[in-house]
Ligand binder design. Structure first.
Ligand code: NAD
Length: 476
């Protein structure tokens, strides 16, 4: 696909290419960039309160079109409830940033310590134009998760959603167009990788959410332009279950953490380590609960698990299961990519007799596969959990919060859920950074989530007389 051509998107429930859109040409991208840069000057000058007012108006327009946006997301992703939740989440994030942003950008003069006559004040200078490149698993949420705080900061933003899930863009663009002035400041340009590259070539800062291989390319491109790249990449999150843990709670959390969104979430639980004495009891509970999970097929309003959104992802899951079986793993539930109505699906797949050389343990899965491994000591399991190129998030269950915390503090991961799993899918307030190959840059949550969109300037004022050059004369 190249600029100006028409791209066809596959419907994950039917397998049919039932949607097409024109990919923007470089000239069209140039025009969007020019309009955004021109509009951003007044946007940042308008001040925080005016920007929040505009974004609240955007939120109202999203709410007014919630049915259309959710319907488009439903086709993009093949799931209904989470589609509606994506819209709510974006509207909620506007209020969330409005509530905390004013406290995050302190201003005012501070007296100098080293030079008593010199005082200094910070100035927060937003990047003029931010590029957001997003993946297919939560098309709206991940398209807007960086865009909203960047707009609050006073930047203009261009979002490039994944070519796999482009349908939601049209009704969201309608909402943008309904807010006076916003269309110049917030553009959504669906397209493929080359469109992403062209956007990165034209912006001042890039926020990328996606896979590690693409993240590396984005990092190299950004480095060659000397612009910051904030990367939120893949994971291989471990869940550790220690002796004494509540197995009912642990199996509930493991299943939800692994299976929610059909496992198509960066913070999904993808490795489960269980203390040997409780391994069999835990697996029995997990298998029983996994067997109760249903596909949302044929009725999208029933069941817990949607289709595999990206066709090629189904091949990756099938390959990982085949590799595990060939190396001696045992399947307790699921285990087979099913085809219904042209879509491809996988029921929760609990695996035991799993070893560390299996792809299902070493590589990102991004699907509802739950490999379970027994361990003997805490040191051993901490080593196993940390033995990964990824370090996105992790989880620990123990008898007490203190025991879970003690192990959690030893894990090389940006977010550690204690006596739950994958809490970052539900709780957005805690600042966290990715470890190892799972990402780069300041936290997307908390104060850094806003402050990263500014360059810090220092205004340094001398209230006395400048020091003359003679003060530095060698003869002293
Ligand atoms: P991907 O890396 O294939 O694509 C992500 C985006 O990058 C898409 O919009 C794609 O068109 C674009 N792209 C492709 N090549 C590009 C290039 N050279 N330059 C610029 N843009 C380019 O990822 P995906 O398959 O869409 O998403 C799944 C991945 O995303 C998984 O690895 C998952 O773990 C990760 N993810 C991470 C987070 C997080 O917050 N850490 C959240 C969700 C998903």
């Amino acid at each position: 696909m190249s600029g100006g051509s028409v791209f066809h998107a596959r419907n994950p429930r039917t397998g049919e290419q039932d949607y097409s859109f024109a990919v923007p040409t470089p000239v069209e991208i140039d025009e969007v960039v020019a309009r955004a840069r021109a509009a951003q000057v007044a946007w940042t000058a308008a001040g925080f309160a005016a920007r929040i007012e505009t974004l609240r108006a955007f939120g109202r327009e999203l709410v007014a079109r919630k049915a259309q946006i959710a319907a488009a997301l439903e086709i993009d992703t093949g799931r209904r409830r989470i589609a509606a939740m994506e819209v709510d989440s974006v509207v909620g994030s506007i209020e969330g940033w409005a509530a905390i942003a004013p406290t995050l950008l302190p201003e005012g003069w501070t007296a100098g310590r080293g030079m008593p006559d010199v005082r200094h004040a910070p100035q927060w200078a937003p990047y003029a134009l931010v590029g957001v490149v997003s993946p297919w698993n939560f098309p709206l949420l991940l398209g807007m998760i960086d865009a909203i705080p960047a707009l609050v900061a006073g930047c203009a933003v261009i979002v490039k959603p994944s070519e796999v899930t482009p349908r939601f863009a049209a009704p969201v663009i309608e909402a943008i167009n309904a807010v006076p002035g916003l269309a110049d400041l917030l553009a959504i340009l669906p397209g493929d990788g080359p469109v992403g590259q062209q956007i990165i070539d034209r912006v001042d800062c890039v926020c990328f959410t996606g896979s590690v291989p693409t993240g590396r390319k984005v990092a190299v491109q950004a480095a060659s332009r000397l612009i910051p790249a904030f990367l939120e990449l893949g994971g291989k999150d471990p869940l550790i279950i220690l002796e004494g843990a509540d197995l009912d709670a642990a199996s509930d959390a493991a299943l939800r953490g692994s299976v929610l969104s059909t496992g198509q979430a960066c913070q999904s639980i993808e490795r489960i380590y269980v203390a040997r004495p409780i391994h069999d009891a835990f697996v029995a509970k997990l298998v029983e609960k996994a067997k109760a999970v249903r596909l949302n097929w044929p009725d999208i309003s029933q069941g817990e698990i949607g289709p595999i959104i990206f066709d090629r992802q189904a091949d990756i899951l099938a390959g990982q299961i085949a590799d595990a079986l060939a190396k001696g793993a045992r399947v307790h539930t699921g285990g087979r990519i099913e085809t219904h109505g042209g879509g491809r699906w996988l029921l929760p797949t609990v695996l035991t007799d799993v070893t560390g050389d299996m792809a299902v343990i070493c590589e990102e899965t991004f699907g509802p596969i739950l490999p379970v491994i027994a361990f003997d000591t805490v040191d051993e399991v901490v080593g196993l959990a940390n033995d990964s190129e990824y370090g996105l998030s992790a989880a620990v269950f123990a008898q007490t919060p203190e025991a879970a915390e003690a192990v959690g503090r030893r894990l090389e991961a940006g977010a550690v859920s204690l006596n739950d799993a994958a809490l970052t899918a539900l709780f957005f307030e805690a600042a966290k950074q990715s470890f190892k190959a799972s990402g780069l840059g300041p936290s997307r949550m908390g104060a850094d989530g806003l402050q990263r969109f500014f360059r810090r300037k220092a205004l340094i004022a001398n209230t006395g007389r400048p020091i003359p050059i003679s003060a530095f004369r060698e003869e002293g």
